[in-house]
Design a protein around this ligand. Structure first.
Ligand SMILES: [Zn+2]
Ligand SMILES: [Zn+2]
Length: 191
């Protein structure tokens, strides 16, 4: 028979146990660091997740840029396409056990200050509307940046960039600008 490689679909289904709990089709081979089934089927790509491959085999191509969410069983190792829905990353993130859902349930910042009253600042727009910032931590961050000189460096950069065209002259007694807001651009973490 020689050394003909086993076709990818044959290899794929040999690594699936369709008798998993709750109707899950459990991936019984290697997993990615994130816990998804790891299935290499395209030599040009070094890795691909098994549940996406499973979906494509049974339901067809996944529209570009969209993700599969294990919304039914929450089992990342499951490759049963009936347990998944196609969604955008943001929708995935907004699920109750996504970052935003977890954050919404928090009543205090990681350092224990309350997300309420004068200590709470709500910001964001679009799907990320309603992100919360602890003003105590924010101010502490500002003071740390002042102490380390990072803030002065930032002010200097700002002046270099904006000072020339507007010809702003700042003489003596520099007032600190509004408290800076440091927000991670990633949806993970934050409020
Ligand atoms: Zn499942
Ligand atoms: Zn805080």
């Amino acid at each position: 028979m020689g050394r003909k490689p086993t076709p990818a679909p044959v290899r794929f289904w040999s690594k699936v146990d369709k008798n998993g709990p709750n109707g899950c089709w459990v991936w019984i081979a290697g997993k990615t660091p994130a816990g998804y089934g790891d299935f290499r089927h395209d030599p040009k790509k070094n890795s691909s997740v098994a549940h996406r491959y499973s979906w494509e085999q049974i339901k067809g191509p996944i529209p570009k840029g969209l993700q599969l969410d294990h919304r039914v069983c929450r089992n990342k190792a499951c490759v049963n396409p009936d347990h998944m829905v196609v969604c955008t990353g943001v929708e995935n993130w907004l699920q109750p056990d996504g970052c935003a859902g977890i954050n919404k349930a928090k009543t205090h910042c990681p350092k224990g200050h309350p997300y309420s009253g004068d200590n709470l600042f709500v910001y964001g727009s679009g799907p990320r509307k309603g992100k919360r910032l602890c003003l105590t931590c924010n101010y502490e961050c500002y003071e740390r940046r002042v102490a380390s000189g990072a803030h002065a460096a930032r002010v200097r950069r700002w002046k270099e960039k904006n000072g020339k065209s507007k010809n702003v002259s700042v003489s003596g007694g520099e007032r600190p600008p509004a408290t800076p807001v440091h927000v991670s651009p990633s949806p993970i973490g934050g409020s």
